[in-house]
Write a protein that binds this ligand. Sequence first.
Ligand code: URA
Length: 260
Amino acid sequence: MDAELLRQYLEFYRDLGIKTLYRQSGTDAFVCQPAPDAPGSHPSREREGAISAKSLTPEVREVLPDMAPAGDTLIAIQNDIGDCTRCRLHEGRNKIVFGVGSERAPLVFVGEGPGADEDAQGIPFVGRAGQLLTQMIEGTAKKEGIALTRADVYICNVVKCRPPGNRTPEPDEMETCGQFLCRQLIAIRPKAICALGGTAARAVTGHKEGVTKLRGKWFQWRDIPVMVTYHPSYLLRPYNQDAKREAWEDLKKVLHFVYD
Ligand code: URA
């Protein structure tokens, strides 16, 4: 692990008001480390860029307390984010896009990072891709006889500030902001998570393959089942109509799992 990453963790604990690091022997002290995949769900592969303690040395990992304070809430997490300047993404952002939906939502959608519309409004998935996501959630639910609107789920991103020119977030940006995604997921404790696109899939499952390989399969984040599907912006491209059908299939699986 490099010194920069350790510095970020220490800064994170300081933000939480933790002044002393103590040894927790015999426990997996780092709560953001993804659990192994569900048996038979997917072969184990090398994890990279995950919300995990992968790059920590065993010695450091042992002294790290939980990343989430007991009784954590979305409001507390948002307060801790504050007017964040922890990574370079703050330089070009207008609004931090924390997340939207109910703290008790049984289903959480995780995207990559805010685009221009989200950055302007401070709400995730409100641009063209967001409108498609809303249509997909509500349209699929209706077709499947499930009473569900966008307001019933929780929607957030791996990074909370818009990457310049909508570029993919860098690993260090995902690592820095990933602590907050981790806390959001722990605070909500949904029945399932749906990772939208390759970046979210990588962050939540730790698997580095492309989304076409991962989609439609169940993974796990800690003990929470994770379905990977395409990012709605990918589906907006006219030549990706087959992917649209596949995304609908993936969504059907998640909705039935969560709401049946
Ligand atoms: N794309 C994302 O990944 N997230 C958003 O909030 C909007 C577009």
